[in-house]
Design a protein around this ligand. Structure first.
Ligand code: NAD
Ligand code: AHE
Ligand code: ZN
Length: 375
C-alpha cells in the first residue's frame, strides 16, 4: 500500500450536531515529514463531542474527529527517520518538534510547529489527505483518529512500547495524560497538600491519581453526578462533594469551610466557566493555585474579583497536562507497565467502529468514564 491511496472507512462529521456517518474514504499517501497510521483503537473524549456540538471556535466541517488513538505505522513520507513501518504509535494533538521557540523555551509543552494549520483542519502544507465522495474532508487536532487510516505530521506522533494493548494505551493520547500531567507537571502538587477536583470524568479522575501519586493529604472530588463517588474514591479521592446537596451555599464556600480557609490546589475538569470561578475562589488565600483544564464553548469568558488574585490566588491553565508528547510519553507508558499509573480502569465501555455514535451516547449517559472504539 506504500505510496498508494488507501480506500478505507472513516466516521465523517458532515456538519455540526449531526451523528457521525461511517463512509468509504480515500487517504492519500504521507507527504514529506508525514506518517500514515493504521488506527487500531480510539477513545472518545468530551472534546470530540464539544467540537461536534458546534461550540468550538476552531470547528470546521466536514471533518474526521478523534484525538485519543493508538495505531501502527503503515508508511512514512520522505525525510521521516524516526518512524518505521510497524511501529506502535500514539498521535499527539500537542506536537513536539524540539526546534521551535516554544519547544526550546523549557517553559511549556505547547509547540508552534504545526499548530496554525492544525487549528484550520489542514496538514502543514495547507491541504488535506482525506477525500470522500469527491470532497476534501478536514483533519482534526492534527490526529483524526476516527478513521481506519490517518495521516499525521511526524512531529505529531510518538512511538510507544509495543507490549501493552493499544486498546488501553490509546487513552494516553488525551484523557489520562491530561489529568495526570495537570497534577504532576502543571500544578506540581506537593506532598501533604490539599486538593479539590471539579468533574470526575476521565480527566478529573486522572487528576486524582496524579494528586495521590504526588502525596496529597486530601483529594476532594466534586461532581453533580452522585454515581461518580465510588469511582472517585477508587482513584484516590478522600472526600466526595455533590454541589446539589448544598442548594443554598456556593460550592467555594462549602470547600473553604471544609479546609480551614481553602485548598492548596484546585482543578476544573468540567469546562463550565462558573465552575472555573468557584475553583479559583476555593483556593487558599496567599498561595492556592487553580488549574483550568476544561474547554469552554466559544464566547464564554471567566471572571472573578481581581482581589482574589491580589490576595495571592493563582489562575493557570493546562493543555495535555503540560506533558511533552515525544520526550515524556515513554515514562508514562513505563509507569503503566510498572503498575504505577492506572489506565485500564478508565475503559468502562467498548464499541465496534460501526457503533461509534453509541460511544458518544455512552459518554453523555453519566455511567461512562471512557468508551473505546475498535477501529
Ligand atoms: P466528561 O464529560 O467525561 O466528565 C465531565 C464531568 O464533569 C462529569 O462527570 C460531569 O458530571 C461533571 N460535571 C459537569 N458539570 C459539573 C458541575 N457544574 N460541577 C461539578 N461537576 C460537573 O469529560 P472529560 O472527557 O473528562 O473532559 C473534561 C473536560 O476537560 C472537558 O471540558 C474537556 O473538553 C476538557 N479537556 C481538556 C483537555 C486539555 O488538554 N486542557 C484535555 C482533555 C479534555
Ligand atoms: N479549539 C478550541 C480549544 C480547545 C482546547 O483548548 N483544546 C485543548 C485540548 S482538549 C483535548 O481534549 C488544548 O490542548 N488546547 C491547547 C491548544 O493548543 O489547542 C477553541 O476554543 O478554539
Ligand atoms: Zn481530549
Amino acid at each position: 500500500t506504500e505510496g498508494k491511496v488507501i480506500h478505507c472507512r472513516a466516521a465523517v462529521a458532515w456538519e455540526a450536531k449531526k451523528p457521525l456517518s461511517i463512509e468509504d474514504i480515500e487517504v492519500a499517501p504521507p507527504k514529506a515529514h508525514e506518517v500514515r497510521v493504521k488506527i487500531h483503537y480510539t477513545g472518545v473524549c468530551h472534546t470530540d463531542a464539544y467540537t461536534l456540538s458546534g461550540s468550538d471556535s476552531e470547528g470546521v466541517f466536514p471533518v474526521i474527529l478523534g484525538h485519543e488513538g493508538g495505531g501502527v505505522v503503515e508508511s512514512v513520507g520522505e525525510g521521516v527517520t524516526e518512524f518505521q513501518v510497524g511501529d506502535h504509535v500514539i498521535p499527539l494533538y500537542t506536537a513536539e518538534c524540539k526546534k521551535c521557540k516554544f519547544c526550546l523555551s523549557g517553559k511549556t509543552n505547547l509547540c508552534g510547529s504545526v499548530r496554525a494549520t492544525q487549528g484550520r483542519g489542514l496538514m502543514p502544507d495547507e491541504t488535506t489527505r482525506f477525500t470522500c465522495k469527491g470532497k476534501p474532508i478536514f483533519h482534526y487536532m492534527g490526529t483524526s483518529t476516527f478513521s481506519e487510516y490517518t495521516v499525521v505530521a511526524d512531529v505529531s506522533l510518538v512511538k510507544v512500547d509495543p507490549k501493552p494493548s493499544l486498546q488501553k494505551l490509546c487513552l494516553l493520547g488525551c484523557g489520562v495524560t491530561t489529568g495526570f500531567g495537570a497534577a504532576t507537571r502543571t500544578a506540581k502538587v506537593t506532598k501533604g497538600s490539599t486538593t479539590a477536583i471539579f468533574g470526575m470524568g476521565c480527566v478529573g479522575l486522572s487528576v486524582a491519581q496524579g494528586c495521590k501519586a504526588n502525596g496529597a493529604s486530601r483529594i476532594i472530588a466534586i461532581d453533580v453526578n452522585p454515581k461518580k463517588e465510588k469511582i472517585a474514591r477508587e482513584f484516590g479521592a478522600t472526600d466526595f462533594v455533590n454541589p446539589k446537596d448544598y442548594p443554598d451555599t456556593p460550592i467555594q464556600q462549602v470547600l473553604v469551610d471544609m479546609t480551614d480557609g481553602g485548598l492548596d490546589y484546585t482543578f476544573d475538569c468540567t469546562g463550565n466557566v462558573n465552575v472555573m470561578r468557584a475553583a479559583l475562589e476555593a483556593c487558599h488565600k496567599g498561595w492556592g493555585e487553580s488549574i483550568v483544564i476544561g474547554v469552554a464553548a466559544a464566547g464564554q469568558e471567566i471572571s472573578t474579583r481581581p482581589f482574589q488574585l491580589v490576595t495571592g490566588r493563582v489562575w493557570r491553565g493546562s493543555a495535555f497536562g503540560g506533558v511533552k508528547g515525544k520526550s515524556e510519553m515513554g515514562s508514562l507508558v513505563q509507569d503503566y507497565l510498572d503498575g504505577k499509573l492506572k489506565v485500564d480502569e478508565f475503559v468502562t465501555h467498548t464499541f465496534d467502529f460501526k457503533d461509534i455514535n453509541k460511544a458518544f451516547d455512552a459518554m453523555h449517559s453519566g455511567d461512562c468514564i471512557r468508551a473505546v472504539v475498535t477501529v
